[in-house]
Design a protein around this ligand. Structure first.
Ligand code: GCB
Length: 609
């Protein structure tokens, strides 16, 4: 132990050190440290964790993580926080939703809990590996075990893994997470968004025990060659195995996959699966074994493609009858549950949707699992939103990693048909290079899906015009004629002037509609006006042959700091349903009728699938 004078010297130095966080900003927990978890049984680490908000980053400056449990009278120096005592919060949660004093808190917070290797986690440490999985922590998370820094993850909505194997000891261990949700110039998103900046460990945390040989990745898909008769599996195994075995029992498949020196292997084989579609959400059990390790998944097989300005599913033209949705809840913030997601899909069903845009960041993985089962198509997205530091290579690395983490997490989900790489970003050279890089990355890690982004309209020329359009499959357009853009006739002009040559999806359109006490009877923010905007939008868009789908903004009203007029009061009110997720607004029926009409026409063979 250090002498008191040395401690004082260190403490003084720490007060002046503004590089205190640099050793911890490693981003060492990233897509390369992921393991495949399908079919594995994790031990839940949810529940109460000790918690402390830390506005000044005192915890990193004073190294709170290195203060191991010790009776107060034995301490050589005063601790400004005791990680082993005091206030607790439930994980998962967003701290804003727990106490009013944390509502606008942006900064660091510390989470601490014991891992008892003799108790709940009992097992042989030898011959096993153990991985911590954090479903999501907003935004920067640093992991410490028994005082040792084990890694750092950037990105608020994708899962990450930290291997604990060589750092765990028998008996009691202490796990600490520092989570920071500051809005900074280098992050993705940057500082300004139209959704609430929640903070915390807001998805499940688990510990996975595996054999020495671990299956890190499994990607299974129908080969998109139009034959509907070949399946391909790509595998990554970490450990001592030269072969893995893939099984799809219902198709009578048992295939060996040879692994190279890096543990990678791929196999393509003949198979005639019953094709997945919203009308037939057929899933197959898939299992992969390598050495002692085994993972499982439920996978649907289908082909999505672009042909000219059409989007096709299993060879049939498709119109995406969609709705956008945020991951937001009046009571829990970003914490979601199966019941919440099922209600979301029931509302989408009542709207006669076959498609949802999961905006503006990766939602809980359960969303895509349920969509697979229930038969909905999905657009998934990373938060390259509005202004981002497009010329900063570190920002690009972060965005790219978030994209790959999302793709690896969900690329076995038949429901996911579009990877979107951004939303409403100005058409500069730096942005073009950044976003093209992301679109190419999506194709590199998953050539079986379409890419998109919410692109730009040239308002001076009333044309769809965005250099990014060349590099993506589907052109997303957010347009608010009738709301932000006054002159509705311009939408008609855009329709006339544009010849995109690719499918266009109206990724957003809408209007705020306040309801209840104090809501206006007419004009902006009235429900009547909102309904009228929907009527006019539909009347105009239905005539545009290259528009192959829409996902109006948005299913539910959602919380956001920047909407503070008397009708908004901290909420964006463009929801077709209020923030209670129950009270339906008039415009809901207008959209539902349009989609019903489209669906019936399709069923009668007059149009798309
Ligand atoms: C947009 C954004 C979305 C906003 C929406 C609005 O264009 O993409 O994030 O919430 O408009 O309501 O202004």
């Amino acid at each position: 132990m250090l002498e008191r004078s040395a401690l004082a010297e260190n403490a003084l130095q720490a007060l002046h050190d503004e590089d205190y966080d640099r050793p911890f900003n490693t981003q060492s927990l990233n897509h390369e440290t992921m393991i495949f978890t399908g079919g594995r049984r994790g031990i839940s680490l949810d529940g109460d964790w000790n918690f402390c908000v830390d506005l000044l980053d005192t915890g990193l400056r004073q190294k709170w993580f290195s203060m191991l449990p010790m009776p107060a009278e034995e301490r050589a120096e005063p601790w400004d926080y005791d990680p082993y005592e005091g206030e607790t919060v439930p994980v998962p949660s967003c701290w804003q939703m727990l106490k009013e004093k944390w509502y606008f808190f942006e900064g660091s917070a510390w989470y601490t809990r014991p891992l008892d290797m003799d108790g709940e986690l009992a097992g042989d440490l030898a011959g096993k590996r153990r991985f911590l999985r954090v479903g999501a922590a907003q935004y920067d998370c640093k992991v410490f075990l028994n005082g040792e820094f084990l890694g750092n993850h950037y990105g608020g909505s994708t899962p990450f893994f930290c291997e604990l194997t060589d750092h765990l000891r028998p008996g009691r261990n202490w796990l600490m997470l520092m989570v920071n949700n500051a809005r900074t110039l280098d992050r993705v998103p940057m500082r300004n968004t139209d959704w609430f900046n929640y903070g915390g460990v807001y998805r499940e945390v688990e510990l996975y025990e595996t054999p020495e040989t671990v299956i890190r990745d499994l990607f299974v898909h129908l080969v998109p060659d139009g034959s509907y008769a070949r399946i391909r599996a790509e595998v990554t195994v970490d450990g001592d195995a030269s072969e893995a075995v893939l099984e799809i029992p219902e198709l009578g498949i048992r295939q060996a996959v040879a692994l190279d020196a890096d543990g990678r292997g791929a196999v393509t084989f003949a198979a005639l699966p019953d094709l997945w579609s919203p009308d037939n959400p057929k899933l197959y059990d898939v299992a992969l074994t390598a050495g002692e390790d085994r993972v499982e998944d439920r996978v649907g097989f289908r082909q999505v493609e672009r042909a000219g300005d059409e989007i096709r599913l299993n060879g049939k033209e498709l119109f995406l009858r969609g709705i956008s949705v945020h991951e937001d809840d009046r009571d829990t913030g970003k914490v979601t549950s199966e019941a919440d997601l099922r209600r979301r899909f029931e509302h989408a069903r009542a709207l006669n949707c076959n498609y949802l845009r999961l905006a503006h960041y990766p939602h809980h993985e359960m969303a895509a699992r349920l969509a697979d089962e229930l038969g909905f198509l999905l657009w998934e997205e990373i938060p390259v939103y509005w202004a981002v530091a497009f010329d900063n290579p570190a920002t690009y690395r972060d965005a790219r990693n978030q994209l790959i983490e999302l793709v690896k997490r969900d690329r076995n989900r038949a429901s996911v048909v579009i990877w979107s790489v951004g939303n409403e970003n100005p058409d500069t050279d730096a942005r073009l290079a950044f976003m093209k890089g992301l679109a190419d990355t999506a194709k590199e890690f998953d050539p079986t899906r379409l890419t998109s982004a919410a692109c730009l309209v040239n308002h001076a020329r009333n044309r769809i015009e965005d250099r990014l359009a060349e590099h993506i499959d589907v052109i997303g357009i957010n347009e608010y004629y009738g709301w932000y853009e006054e002159n509705f006739e311009d939408l008609v002009a855009i329709g006339r002037n544009s010849d995109p040559g690719k499918p266009v999806v109206i990724s957003e359109t809408g209007a705020d509609g306040a309801i209840g006490e104090g809501a206006p009877a007419r004009g902006l923010f009235s429900e009547t006006y909102m309904t009228e905007v929907y009527r006019r939008q539909i009347a105009t868009l239905r005539g545009l042959s290259y528009v192959k789908g829409m996902s109006p903004w948005i299913l539910y009203d959602f919380r956001v700091e920047r909407r503070q007029n008397i009708f908004q009061r901290g909420y964006n009110k463009k929801g077709l349903i209020a923030a209670d997720k129950t009270t339906v607004k008039e415009a809901f029926d207008v959209l539902a009728s349009y989609y019903a009409e489209r669906r019936e026409a399709e069923a009668a063979g007059e149009g798309d699938a």
